[in-house]
Design a protein around this ligand. Structure first.
Ligand SMILES: NC(=O)c1ccc[n+]([C@@H]2O[C@H](COP(=O)([O-])OP(=O)(O)OC[C@H]3O[C@@H](n4cnc5c(N)ncnc54)[C@H](O)[C@@H]3O)[C@@H](O)[C@H]2O)c1
Length: 390
């Protein structure tokens, strides 16, 4: 039997880990609406501290079918990053379009203090950000929302707008009727609770006609025109969520020309958002300015407003901290042995020496195979550490 590694008492880095089953349990326990509300508050308070953050546009690795992105941001206390992909083809092979995880680190030491799933958390934070924007940009008497694209994000958008933004009628459309059926089914328990009517529509045009708010949350790596200018009515607010990477849009450029457009972080949205279709000097307003009162939101009941959402790292910073606090409260995160605990911080090799000693003890030496790490062969790793080559 292996004797445990000798780990002397020295400062430990407690990296808490939150996997998706625990994240889902936390959200179920707190209530999805309460979590959405909490995230709206957390994201708003982060946006109100905008100048305190070191910000950059995310870096993207493109491939024919998708994109993988890294999204860093930090303030004096925490560094946060998210890894996220966007592969609209994935659902055809049983994988989600969007998968994500991320971490929070302590800026003073660089120690990673929280590592979390962010697939579920991204859906919550995206819906919360949509509501935060809509509260300033949609007409306050908005009651009807068209929801075009009924995939993984859609329930969160529907619930956030119904519970937190006064929407009483949801009109749904997706090219995949099965996705709409799934959404209708998932919303059924909420219709009475939130007093919301849910209607499946036959086309985008039918869903959008007469709507106060239009949320587009489709996935297609293409210059799509889900909404054309002829569908847009005066006073509408468009919450454009699905166009979030170069070569991937949802709105006809003519809609943007005739609207006031709001973005999260302008340098990133110029590359990734609907406004990638527009000249570099096309006027936009960053949301944080509307939130802190230094720029106007909606100015009249008749104007058309667009929230050109692409997802910004600051939202994930706020969401990570929110989920970490929930996990702490519930005692639901587990400590992950991610960073070595060393008696002498300069003696990293000592960790290996101790591991080798343990290995020797476990299997009496019969030659070089007694130190399997040398062999670069998964089958030689200690039991439980083998991983399949893919
Ligand atoms: N802005 C953000 O912060 C943010 C965050 C998360 C996801 N997203 C984006 O939102 C989009 C949706 O993500 P998801 O996880 O729900 O993906 P998903 O693949 O689960 O769902 C997308 C849905 O769009 C439908 N669709 C595709 N083309 C359509 C069309 N022309 N008309 C109507 N429906 C159409 C698909 O049938 C599918 O049901 C993706 O493009 C994703 O990249 C943006």
């Amino acid at each position: 039997m292996n004797t445990p590694l000798h780990v002397p008492a020295s400062p430990a880095v407690d990296t808490l880990f939150l996997g998706y089953p625990e994240a889902a349990r936390l959200v179920a326990r707190r209530g999805v609406v309460a979590c959405l509300r909490g995230m709206v508050e957390a994201i708003e308070s982060a946006f109100l501290r905008w100048p305190e953050f070191d910000k950059s546009a995310r870096t993207a690795a493109h491939s024919p079918d998708g994109v993988i992105e890294l999204m860093p941001v930090s303030d004096a206390r925490h560094y946060a990053f998210k890894y996220v992909n966007g592969h609209p083809v994935n659902t055809r092979q049983g994988l989600p379009t969007v998968m994500a995880f991320g971490a929070l680190a302590d800026v003073r030491t660089g120690a990673p203090v929280f590592l979390s799933e962010l697939t579920l958390t991204t859906a919550l934070r995206t819906a919360a950000t949509s509501v935060l924007a809509a509260r300033r940009l949609a007409r306050p008497d908005s009651r009807t929302m068209a929801l075009v694209g009924n995939g993984a994000q859609s329930e969160f958008q529907a619930l956030a707008f119904a519970a937190l933004a006064g929407i009483r009628e949801l009109r749904l459309y997706d090219v995949d009727a099965e996705a709409t059926r799934k959404l209708v089914g998932n919303l059924r328990p909420w219709t009475e609770r939130l007093g919301v009517v849910v209607k499946a529509c036959a086309s985008t045009r039918a869903a959008v006609e007469g709507a106060d708010i239009v949320t587009t949350v489709t996935a297609d790596k293409a210059y799509a025109k889900i909404l054309t200018a002829g569908m847009v009515e005066s006073g509408m607010h468009i919450n454009a969520v699905g166009g979030d990477c170069p070569g991937k849009t949802e709105l006809d450029a003519a809609i943007l020309s005739a609207a006031r457009v709001f973005v999260e972080y302008e340098p990133q949205t110029r590359i990734e958002g609907e406004i990638q279709q527009m000249p570099a000097d096309f006027p936009v307003t960053e949301l944080w300015r509307v939130l802190n009162g230094s720029a106007p939101g909606r100015q009249s009941p008749r104007e058309v407003t667009v929230f050109d959402s692409v997802g910004f790292a600051l939202e994930d910073y706020a969401a990570l901290r929110y989920m970490r606090d929930l996990a702490h409260e519930a005692g639901m995160a587990v400590a992950l042995p991610l960073v070595p605990q060393l008696a002498d911080p300069k003696d990293l090799y000592g960790l290996l020496a101790a591991a080798e000693a343990n290995e020797r003890q476990a299997r009496p030496a019969t030659g070089p195979a007694a130190v399997p790490a040398e062999r670069g062969d998964a089958t030689a790793l200690p039991a439980g550490m083998a991983f399949a080559a893919r």
